[in-house]
Design a protein around this ligand. Structure first.
Ligand code: ASP
Length: 313
């Protein structure tokens, strides 16, 4: 690998992009996280000759993502971002929890260089894998002058960390930025940028140095027909410091569940209201008894609340 001031570091964490099946026609019965990141890069001839450095940070199916992996990944990304010879970072990741890891890294690091997630809906062994093109596009985005912040690239679309969510179980264009739409498109190696790159305040890595078992516990509960919320009291006993409710519609919560959540809030446990709806914020009125998570989806609201609690000590 060459060494210039334009190095791109590619960090591997697993996922379907690194998955294999016995049968090339099988795009669902595969095992994720089987191929190393170096081999993924070697499988894309157009990446040969570029100044790329690879590092395997983890090798997991992202449905099994842990705070331990997040801790290791955040610290490695932070390390490489501080290198003056690194232009940008690419992270290969599973699609299932990509939006959570992306939001976590954006809020912890708010990087001024691009940190670009590459993923795939089909395994590397597929007759027609989508991973190689997505990886190539991700390296392209990570090399773009002026690019910054945490984004994800799939199916030629670039999505910002705050908006990105997995919106389809199977299709290769599985990701969406909801009302906001993609931040940019990658078209034949060229970038068509539509909106500003992600930026904002960073929580920083100080809080992350503690063992993940000591990170604040934040759980998600869903409001649904018949939710009486009786088991919510158990969350306090489990040591939860925060609870996100995936509410219905514009943040409406079943009255019995709300009564239980208000008891938790009165006991000092932070509660945030997000929505089960696929799009839209939770708009509040002055009389709202549980605070809104705004535009954050339940899983991102969980990350946000965990980081806020971590920062508060
Ligand atoms: N279960 C896989 C993962 O998230 C799915 C994928 O990557 O598409 O690692």
């Amino acid at each position: 690998m060459q060494s210039t001031d334009d190095n791109i570091v590619i960090l591997g964490t697993g996922g379907t992009i690194a998955g294999t099946a016995a049968d090339p026609h099988d795009n669902v019965g595969y095992r994720a996280a089987q191929v190393g990141v170096e081999a993924l890069v070697a499988a894309v001839p157009q990446l040969a000759g570029l100044s790329l450095q690879t590092e395997q940070v983890a090798q997991v199916d992202s449905k099994d993502m842990t705070h331990e992996v997040w801790q290791a990944l955040a610290l490695r990304v932070d390390h490489h971002l501080h290198r003056s010879d690194v232009r940008g970072i690419v992270i290969t990741h599973g699609t299932d929890t990509l939006e959570e890891t992306a939001y976590f890294l954006q809020r912890v690091l708010a990087p001024t260089k691009p940190v670009v997630f590459a993923a795939a809906m089909r395994p590397a062994s597929s007759l027609r894998p989508d991973g190689p093109q997505n990886l190539l596009d991700a390296v392209r985005v990570a090399s773009e002058a002026g690019a910054r912040g945490v984004v994800a690239v799939l199916a030629g679309e670039v999505h910002g960390a705050a908006e990105v969510r997995k919106a389809h179980t199977y299709r290769t264009d599985a990701f969406s930025s909801g009302d906001e739409g993609p931040l940019a498109y990658v078209e034949e190696g060229r970038l068509r940028v539509l909106r500003a790159w992600p930026e904002g305040e960073a929580f920083g890595t100080d809080g992350l140095t503690r063992a993940p078992s000591a990170w604040p516990r934040v759980e998600i509960v869903t409001s649904h027909a018949g939710s009486d919320g009786r088991w919510v009291a158990a969350l306090a006993a489990l040591g939860a410091q925060g609870v996100v409710v995936a509410a219905s519609g514009n943040g409406s919560v079943h009255q019995q569940l709300e009564a239980e959540l208000l008891k938790l809030q009165a006991a000092g446990i932070r509660v945030l209201r997000s929505t089960r709806c696929a799009s839209g914020p939770v708009l509040t009125t002055g009389s709202a008894v549980l605070p809104s998570a705004g535009l954050l989806t339940p899983v991102k609201a969980r990350v946000e609340l965990m980081l806020q609690l971590m920062a508060a000590g």
